[in-house]
Design a protein around this ligand. Structure first.
Ligand code: ADP
Ligand code: MG
Length: 244
């Protein structure tokens, strides 16, 4: 038995007559880090949103730890409680203090007692050197600090799976490193991560596997070093060569 955590089979999604996902098959094993790469508009964000049920699918099956979460009768909030997600743009509520941001979902969705949520929140903030900002509002933090707080919030309740969608692409270049360092630390700690990224050097360093999405399907996948250094498919080669 493999320790497969996420299984996508034949995922289809269209917007009108625009067929964005045309039958995507993708697996993520427990403790694996998978980087999803592909041109802008190739459907990476759409695919990630299908996984935490923010995007309905037209066809296909999504299994999380063996459970069919694409079944329309599934409890979507219950599924989302098992998945942490961080997106491209700042994810924090501006009117809530940092610690409140970090603990809100844990308290409301997971019914974690406030004392426990606060304790874990402060621990995690301390682990990224931001405990001094617990009582501050997000606008006091840099973009990189805000994204790290958003990531910490996503892992507060130990989700089975962490989805990261281009978490550094809205940041000034000098702030990218601190966010990638946190992702690397989570990966090293065994967090299962599916991340869309345009940071190929980072993908090579952190991802176990790279999946290249093009034309609505997975065109190529394999060990990160192999796909990025020695792609087999012409479309992968072309995509990577355009990044140089
Ligand atoms: P990526 O994240 O790889 O850049 P996206 O998943 O954001 O790609 O988008 C893939 C395509 O789907 C794009 O052409 C985008 O315009 C289209 N798309 C995404 N969401 C919607 C939507 N809600 N309505 C219409 N088109 C959409
Ligand atoms: Mg995107």
């Amino acid at each position: 038995m493999s320790d497969r955590l996420l299984e996508l089979r034949g995922i289809r999604r269209s917007f009108g007559d625009h067929h964005v996902l045309r039958g995507v098959d993708l697996d993520v094993d427990a403790h694996e880090v998978v980087a999803l790469i592909g041109a802008s508009g190739s459907g990476k964000s759409t695919l990630l949103r299908t996984v935490n049920l923010l995007e309905p699918i037209d066809d296909g099956i999504i299994r999380l730890a063996g459970d069919d979460i694409s079944d329309p009768r599934v409890d979507a909030d219950g599924v989302r409680a098992r998945i942490g997600a961080v997106f491209q743009h700042y994810n924090l509520f501006p009117h809530l203090r940092v610690l409140e941001n970090v603990t809100l979902a844990a308290r409301l969705v997971h019914r974690m007692p406030r004392a426990e949520a606060d304790r874990r929140g402060r621990e995690l903030l301390a682990s990224i050197g931001l405990d001094g900002f617990a009582g501050a509002y997000p606008d006091r933090l840099s973009g990189g600090q805000q994204q790290r707080v958003a990531i910490v919030r996503a892992i507060l309740t130990d989700p089975q799976l962490l989805l990261l969608d281009e978490v550094t692409s809205a940041l000034d270049p000098e702030l990218v490193g601190e966010v990638l360092a946190l992702v690397r630390a989570l990966a090293d700690g065994g967090t299962t991560i599916l991340m869309a990224t345009h940071e190929m050097a980072f993908a090579r360093e952190v991802a176990d596997r790279v999946v290249f999405l093009d034309g609505g399907v997975v065109v190529e996948e394999g060990p990160a070093a192999q796909v990025l250094a020695d792609p087999q498919e012409p479309r992968t080669r072309e995509f990577l060569s355009r990044l140089l």
